[in-house]
Design a protein around this ligand. Structure first.
Ligand code: GSY
Length: 171
């Protein structure tokens, strides 16, 4: 059993429902247990800026899936929620990115962990800090907190506080 962190973001349609549905589908998977959910954050778009604001969360999961299997599971959920992404960096119904997997450095053709841009994205670092303040990136052994100090909180606002996983899934 390993611990992994996944970032979820949505900026099309009913964004909150898309996040909730994705977490429900992960929880339904017999090899995944969702153990923590951050607050929901309302975040300014990064990259392609001429698009709607995002809702973002980060979740902690315990899983017996390999990192590659977890990636496929996340991609299946994106498909199931009929992810629409017309342009790269542009609007999308739901995005699931594996941030950290068991303090491992992974580099395959399809997956890089830690996520290569996580340390520069406030919309990832702020919710991750909330649920895993002592997490360390295995590439640099630096903490999430130290990256967040550099990046700052600009463009990231609390949208809704979440008390627990079950409450979020059934809200
Ligand atoms: O990689 C995630 C998709 N994404 C996001 C996002 O989830 N939130 C914000 N605020 N900006 C983003 N730009 C991209 S691409």
């Amino acid at each position: 059993m390993v611990t992994a962190y996944i970032s979820l973001g949505s900026n099309m349609g009913d964004k909150e429902q898309a996040l909730q549905h994705a977490v429900q589908l992960l929880q339904k998977n017999e090899y995944v247990n969702v153990t923590k959910v951050s607050s929901i954050y309302d975040t300014d778009p990064v990259g392609y800026e001429d698009q709607d604001v995002f809702l973002n969360i980060v979740i902690e999961v315990e899983t017996t899936l390999s990192a590659q299997q977890l990636l496929v599971t996340c991609q299946e959920i994106e498909q199931q929620l009929k992810r629409v992404r017309i342009i790269r960096w542009g609007p999308r119904t739901i995005d699931l990115d594996i941030l950290l997997y068991n303090h491992e450095n992974i580099e395959t053709e399809t997956l890089i962990v830690p996520h290569p841009r996580m340390h520069e994205r406030a919309f990832v670092l702020v919710p991750l800090m909330e649920i895993a303040k002592d997490a360390v990136l295995p590439t640099t052994e630096r903490t999430v907190a130290s990256y967040l100090e550099e990046v700052g909180h600009a463009g990231v606002r609390v949208f809704k506080e979440i008390d627990d996983v079950e409450g979020f899934i059934h809200s």
